[in-house]
Design a protein around this ligand. Structure first.
Ligand code: PGA
Length: 269
């Protein structure tokens, strides 16, 4: 057995391989706490970019532990979530609003005006304005100090799905409404009682440009189902058809925390 964790320099950033996801999530939660402390020491406030899905649940558990133990204060801290289904009510248990309340916000007592999630109830004619405003809020807060990411089986980050665009075009993509990719819809169906028809077909997502502007990016991937996407993102060409490969353009700010299974395809691209 090889020793853990193993740290490697890759074209897409620092890669740290853990034997188990619980340890990786604990490290991710601790790094988020450190990012908050450092940003507050440096510029008086901290801004976290948050993610949903099964991957970050234990990360939030660790963050909650730090706050509840008095090790971490979230004073002068705000959060921005990566994405939300569209259309969806924040009261719908499948919404990412509900997810964040369940896994983080209820437990840490962050004032509601310091935690921001794209709104799945905005009238469609105002979606573009809402997304632009969301970006202005991030800018006004001084930009994201740390963006937490998962990766889809199809290589998506947020709901930036595989795209038929040049790299140059993809790197400029702002926060916007996107149709969901068939792989994403299939994976999301489990959360909707196994019924793909119930999954909203579209979502609001932070853009590629918005994500890549973060001062640091922590991307987590666990399990064999993510192995191909991880290998393509880290070792494959930079391409909009594997959105996570665009992280290679800001590699010095990216850290991957993965388990053995998710790293199994590396060195095969
Ligand atoms: P998961 O999703 O955490 O539920 O695997 C990650 C993603 O699609 O970004």
């Amino acid at each position: 057995m090889s020793a853990h964790p193993r740290t490697l320099a890759t074209p897409a950033g620092t890669l740290i391989i853990y034997s188990d996801r619980a340890t990786a999530c604990q490290v991710a939660g601790d790094r988020m706490g450190s990012a908050v402390r450092e940003a507050r020491a440096k510029r008086g406030r901290a801004v976290l970019g948050l993610a949903t899905g099964s991957t970050p649940i234990l990360v939030y558990k660790r963050l909650v532990e730090q706050v509840q133990a008095g090790e971490l204060s979230l004073e002068a801290t705000s959060t921005y979530n990566l994405d939300e289904y569209y259309p969806i009510s924040p009261l719908d248990s499948h919404s990412y609003h509900a997810f964040m309340h369940q896994h983080l916000l209820e437990q840490i007592g962050l004032p509601p005006h310091q935690t921001h999630i794209l709104d799945g109830t905005v009238p469609e004619a105002f979606v573009t304005a809402h997304c632009a405003e969301f970006e202005r809020w991030i800018q006004a807060d001084g930009g994201l100090d740390l963006q937490l990411l998962g990766i889809g089986r199809n290589g998506h980050i947020g709901f930036n799905e595989p795209m038929d665009l040049s790299v140059e075009q993809a790197l400029k993509l702002p926060t916007r409404l996107m149709p969901l990719h068939p792989v994403t819809l299939a994976d999301a169906a489990a959360d909707f009682g196994g019924q793909p028809d119930l999954v909203p077909q579209r979502a609001l997502t932070m853009g590629i440009a918005t994500i890549l502007a973060a001062r640091s990016i922590l991307i987590l991937a666990f399990g064999a189902a993510k192995a191909t996407a991880v290998a393509q993102a880290i070792e494959g060409p930079i391409t909009a058809s594997v959105p996570a490969s665009l992280l290679q353009t800001v590699a010095s700010r990216v850290t991957w925390l993965v388990d053995e299974a998710a790293s199994a395809e590396l060195n095969k691209c």
